[in-house]
Design a binder for this molecule. Structure first.
Ligand code: ADP
Ligand code: MG
Length: 484
């Protein structure tokens, strides 16, 4: 490498000759083989998902899959009536929402929401400042309630809280924070009950509201889907991270605490991001990405495909092709930011992968915008698109194998199984979605695959929390739909 681009910049831009193309092709082919997920492999992976789910239900610590109890007793079914609030906190942005439920026939009479973001100084301040900030936004939102909000005089407002950080729960309306992630760092919250903290802040703000349910985003998504469709049996997140949950019979949960009342069914949070199987195809690049990550050895399944990581796998492979196979032709320097983690985002990968233009103009545009690479020859663009395709296909097919594990765990309980999915990766990356569906058909066969329906449930997790508050509200016990 080592040529000086600035010297030639006054003249006509120097054309890069795809000198290393043969070596690059051979390296790309090796990468394709290393990432291959033939259907027999996917079958073994889905079997491992199923066995590890079963082991995790036996007792805590038995499996990589934590199979956490959600303590959800009643999933929403549409009968619920009244005014309920939701709060969805999973990162910098949080959403507050209000729904007016009209029961089976009328369903959602009115839904309003507002998005706010936590200022960065609050994310690292104190417990009181953080929860006071949230409670104040909630109180301001409550103050905008219209006259048509039919709260019965003297009745407390009720809230469902989607909290997407690791918590250890012992009931639906309590949960101790295990650790903060995603930029939050307030040491004193760790080990505290976040529901109590929120409740106390609401009291300080003179907000008369009661937290009925705290769930993670996966369970919120499942609940949001179930409200409309009783066939929804699982919830899946394919966004920054990835996780899944499903409806399980409590008779199938040996670790169910004997002291707790036993509903017929509940929701299990699989925490599938941490899944692993020896059959999963993994490369050196995945090992490097994991080793250099904030939590090495953790969430290794998620690191193969979620929105946070997919772009970085592709970046690492392009860098390797440039360094070891002279992909950039040897006439240009390797851009220094090509070694910077996360500069290439998953959204960029989807743009390049979905580029159907003859000259792969979008691939060229992304490479120029991010790395300042001009005039990449078409053959080089093609290799880059191939890397996107290989990485996304492996990820989507692994997700399909995981879904089949869940479908098999649910078994013959339902004629049709719907899975509610939330997350931008699934919503916006069309080819990822297509590969996932294609692999489901390969794994299950046409007929059985037709009975597994995947529904996008956009931002369903906040609404799902409000609906769970409704389905667990003490106000309308007769509205519960216990029989699924
Ligand atoms: P969160 O999971 O934090 O709630 P989202 O569901 O919006 O948020 O997911 C964000 C992730 O989705 C990001 O990591 C981003 O890389 C990825 N993403 C956003 N848009 C696209 C896109 N068009 N194609 C592929 N991935 C995308
Ligand atoms: Mg989300």
């Amino acid at each position: 490498m080592g040529s000086d681009r600035s010297k030639s910049s006054k003249n006509k831009p120097r054309k890069m000759i795809p000198k290393g193309l043969e070596a690059a092709h051979s390296m790309r082919d090796k990468f394709r083989n290393a990432c291959a997920t033939p259907v027999e492999t996917l079958r073994k992976i889905s079997q491992d998902m199923l066995s590890q789910m079963e082991a995790g239900l036996q007792s805590d610590g038995e499996s990589r899959l934590r199979m956490l109890l959600s303590f959800v007793e009643h999933l929403p079914c549409g009968n619920e009536t009244g005014l309920f609030y939701g709060l969805d906190l999973g990162g910098t942005n949080f959403r507050v929402l209000r729904v007016q439920l009209g029961g089976k026939e009328k369903r959602i009479l009115k839904q309003e929401s507002k998005v706010d973001s936590i200022p960065s100084e609050i994310m690292t301040s104190t417990n009181e400042e953080l929860f006071d900030y949230i409670a104040r936004v909630l109180a301001d939102f409550v103050a905008t309630e219209g006259v048509d909000c039919n709260l019965i005089l003297g009745q407390k407002r009720e809230l469902g809280f989607t909290f997407s950080f690791p918590v250890s729960q012992e009931s639906l309306n309590s949960g101790k924070l295990v650790k903060w992630t995603k930029g939050f760092a307030i040491a004193e919250t760790i080990g505290q009950d976040v529901v109590k903290e929120l409740q106390a802040a609401m009291e300080r703000c003179k907000l008369d509201m009661h937290v009925i349910a705290m769930v993670n985003d996966t369970t919120g998504t499942l609940a949001g889907g179930r409200y409309w469709n009783e066939d929804v049996m699982a919830g899946l997140i394919l966004g920054t991270g990835s996780n899944a949950c499903y409806v399980e019979q409590t008779s199938e949960i040996p670790k169910w605490p004997p002291s707790l009342p036993k509903p017929e069914e509940t929701v299990i949070n699989i925490e599938w991001g941490h899944f692993w199987s020896p059959h999963i195809p993994k490369t050196e690049i995945d090992d490097d990405l994991d080793a250099e990550s904030v939590h090495p050895g953790q969430q290794v399944f998620e690191k193969l495909f979620s929105g946070m990581y997919l772009g970085d796998i592709v970046r690492r492979m392009i860098l390797k092709l440039a360094e070891q196979a002279c992909l950039l032709g040897g006439v240009t320097e390797i851009p220094s930011n090509m070694a910077t983690p996360f500069v290439l985002r998953t959204r960029d990968v989807s743009i390049m992968h979905e580029d159907e233009s003859e000259n792969l103009e979008n691939v060229a545009r992304v490479m120029e915008t991010i790395f300042g690479l001009k005039e990449l020859p078409l053959e080089v663009r093609k290799v880059i698109k191939d890397v996107c395709e290989i990485t996304a296909a492996r990820g989507a097919r692994l997700v399909a194998a995981g879904i089949v594990g869940i479908v098999r765990k649910i078994g013959g309980r339902k004629k049709k199984i719907c899975i509610a999915i939330d997350g931008s990766l699934y919503e916006h990356y069309t080819k990822f979605r297509a590969k996932l569906h294609e692999a489901l058909v390969e794994l299950l066969g046409q007929e059985a695959a037709a009975k597994v329906v995947i529904e996008l449930s956009k931002d369903g997790s906040g609404l799902g929390a409000a609906l769970l508050a409704a389905s667990h509200s003490k106000k309308d016990l007769e509205d519960k739909c216990d029989k699924q």
